[in-house]
Design a protein around this ligand. Structure first.
Ligand code: HEC
Ligand code: HEC
Ligand code: HEC
Length: 195
């Protein structure tokens, strides 16, 4: 195995900050300001995931274009044609990323976390950042160099492989499925033997 886990990764030079595909800066024009006297179209529904920050329908489009660019995909990756409100598996994952994963982490370099922080490298978005098909070696490399070295938990604690995977890689009990599950489940339950 290339990388040992369970102990903090050895210090290595910080990689340069990634080029954000979705910039944290507000767009040049507020999409929710009336334009040319046309009324602002209100939101069609209330959202708590990827669209939690949307204030009007025009902003839904701005956010969606940013998400698609950050992942390097088209709208159809997450939406069925003609029905943007219809549920799909990738929509559920996208909302889980926004509601569960992103708020549990903080960037060591500071600043708010965008989808592009994990999904884009060198400005190119990738939905399947662990390889398509997923490669275990690529997964271990990415987790080691791109995740635990650049992010801490939202509480400011360093991340270990165990923090999310319940066990170190190679041990029985290593959780392979994290997406759509409960994050930091190992932290929630006190380790055996603690009073
Ligand atoms: C990575 C997945 C993903 C991609 C790519 C994506 N969307 Fe979305 N979209 C979502 C999610 C998640 C929601 C919010 C659903 C919710 O919370 O109910 C959403 C909601 C929407 C809605 C509101 C639908 C409603 O509830 O009425 C519209 C409109 C929309 N997207 C348009 C687009 C367009 C246009 C694109 C391409 C530029 C796009 N989306 C790309 C995931 C995606
Ligand atoms: C802290 C890192 C991180 C952040 C931030 C992040 N993701 Fe992910 N995301 C992942 C990992 C890891 C995977 C698994 C990739 C794979 O299977 O190759 C993933 C997978 C996905 C997938 C499933 C892709 C597929 O085809 O299976 C979607 C959709 C997705 N993320 C959307 C988002 C959206 C939208 C955001 C921003 C709200 C986001 N992610 C932010 C780490 C992240
Ligand atoms: C913040 C949570 C988090 C931490 C910390 C973390 N991972 Fe992951 N890891 C993920 C997510 C999310 C996925 C995608 C899992 C899925 O598809 O459900 C993943 C997937 C993997 C996979 C692929 C699993 C498979 O068989 O498909 C491996 C291997 C892996 N991680 C190794 C590691 C190693 C080694 C470390 C420590 C250096 C680590 N991870 C730290 C969140 C994390």
């Amino acid at each position: 195995m290339l990388f040992a886990c369970g102990s903090p990764p050895p210090p290595r030079p910080r990689p340069p900050p990634p080029v954000p595909v979705v910039s944290a800066a507000p767009p040049p024009r507020d999409p929710c300001e009336p334009l040319d006297g046309k009324p602002v179209v209100p939101l069609a529904a209330a959202y708590d995931g990827v669209l939690a920050k949307a204030r009007c329908q025009a902003e839904v489009s701005v956010i969606m274009q940013g998400v698609a660019a950050a992942l390097g995909v088209d709208c159809s990756y997450c939406h069925v044609p003609q029905d943007f409100a219809a549920p799909t598996p990738n929509k559920a994952v996208a909302n889980w990323m926004a509601k569960e994963l992103v708020p549990s982490l903080q960037k060591r370099a500071g600043g708010s976390i965008t989808c592009a922080d994990c999904h884009a490298e060198g400005g190119r978005g990738r939905a399947k950042l662990l390889g398509a098909p997923r490669s275990r070696q690529r997964a271990v490399e990415w987790m080691t160099t791109r995740l635990v070295e650049r992010f801490d938990s939202a509480a400011g604690k360093p991340l270990y492989c165990k923090t999310c995977h319940a066990e170190t890689l190679g041990k029985p009990g290593f959780r392979e499925h994290i997406i759509l599950g409960e994050l930091f489940a190992a932290d929630a339950a006190p380790p055996r033997g603690t009073p």
